[in-house]
Design a protein around this ligand. Sequence first.
Ligand code: SF4
Length: 650
Amino acid sequence: MPFSVGQKVLLAHLMDDEGNKLVTDVLPEAGTTINLRITDTLTQDATGTFAYIEFEAMKVDRVKAERCVSYVDHQLMQADFKNADDHDFLRSCAAKFGIKLSRAGNGICHQVHLERFARPGKTLIGSDSHTPTAGGVGQIALGAGGLNVTLAMAGQAFPMKMPKFVGVHLTGKLNEWCTAKDVILEILRRDGVRGGKGFLYEYYGEGVKNLSVPQRATITNMGTELGATTSIFPSDEATKEFMIKQEREEDWCEMTCDEGVKWDREIEINLADIVPMVAKPHSPGNVCRMDELEPEKVNQVVVGSCTNSSYEDLMAVASMLKGKTLPPHVSMGILPGSRQVLSLLARNGALADMVGAGCRILESGCGGCIGLGFSPRSDSITVRTFNRNFHGRCGTKSAGNYLVSPETATACALKGCFTDPRTLGLDVPVIPEYKPVVDDSMIIPALPPKESEKVEIIRGPNIKPMPTLQPVSDLTDIEVSLYTGDDITTDDIMMAGAKVLPFRSNIPELAKFCFNPVDPTFPERALALGRSVVIGGFNYGQGSSREHAAIAPLHLGVRAVIAKTYARIHAENLAAWGIVPLEFLNKDDYADIKRDDHLDMPNLVEQLNAGKNVQVTNKRTGNTYECECVVSGRGLDQLMAGGALLQAAQ
Ligand code: SF4
């Protein structure tokens, strides 16, 4: 039977429920849960710091996955001790647990990973949604929550839904000024930001060979914006060349798509038909052709991010800027994707061309992409080569954020207004053959086990311990600390934002913001009670999958949630942290409860273990409600143990 690249890699890494390799040449049905053996992991500081607090709690001496890398790239600003505390904590954890550490200044995780660690035919999960960038070399690369990455580091399989497969058939060759970014924007125009849900996008066909590895990685990177499970390219001669230049040919193997694969859906793209595209505010799926925009004034241009900051991208920009001066109303920033890229630009003079034109060279990291360090002014237009333009993402709510290729961004900077680069009359940038500067001196290697044993973990005041985890026990006379309505989001439960983000490794501080938009008095009341129950309406916990929306309530003593219905991922997160997620069988029972009521669940443990419904009695009204626990199987095992970490440590 013919298989695609993605299907081959998935089949080669299937595990059974007992953790043994599953030998089969039959593809699991789409939508069923598969267990995937994970060879490689990636973490970044914003999500990774807590992931290592979790790893410590598992009491596993050393990582078991083959290749684990920790990156410091998101929160680089050191305006006070908090981020710096996290960086040192990460360095000591890497030394303790056998992990490589890419230091602050070495670059953005996905760009560095592509250069130094991504490898075809293997599996990678990362605690960052743009982990699929590594699909550009033929790796199955998946974004996941910190806890799943922690479990994978400890050698556990990653449970996921078997995707359907979209075959993206590429023919032809890109025309001058038309780029890989325009290809993925065109797919976003067709499929939208929800069109990829449940699908793996696989690129194949004659056109593939006309795209370099960094171009392929730009496309797989932004597959995330389609909502796709992941995206993948074959591993071919171009991939081999890329690996040879990176001095790691041993990581290469050929991965090709067989003839006659049956796709669940097909997309035809002739690269020669692609034109410069733009995603308008406030969604990466709000795409049109660049030449459809009126020439409105542009105030800021930023080139960089994990989507478009390769050497090829920045050389094109430098070549367009050489000998020019930016208009006075345009501020332009460059975020080189990695130290490797920055070094080569410095050596060959391209950096001088950018600086000479008036660009600001920003630190090699995420910075401006998450509104940290290069936000545009109020009511302005910012044109960026990034992957997301949600409202406020650039740090300025009133700014219009447009996503384009590096060539289009530079054309807009030079003209000071929306400009299709084909109309500028400049020479097309030609990137000469190059050899990257391979220097891993800012990647601290994993220590050998004997030396790791002696390492002490460094904990500054921003690093706080895990909340106490304990197995589920019967609950009697437990108070309702919060009574919420329908559609409570994980943002309502645990907000994000620049004020809150540095506390992700400091749960006691973070928890002070718990349920802030719903009831700002909740944290104080819940802490005073010691243990309590939260009541929810329909679709409780919708929105982002952030696990802190379970961890912060846990810290405040929430032992159970009873809701009309749940968003699935949040219910799983609650169970993974030892909070019992119960659902009213009779939805009218919700109206019988008030805040401050006292509830009894005297046989909770027995009923959960037996897979029975849970009886909940309201001491005020005397009524008893029939409730169902919404997790089963592995989720229920994790819950009963007091959370996934305690279960893994058993
Ligand atoms: Fe995320 Fe932006 Fe950093 Fe990429 S550059 S990892 S999208 S914050």
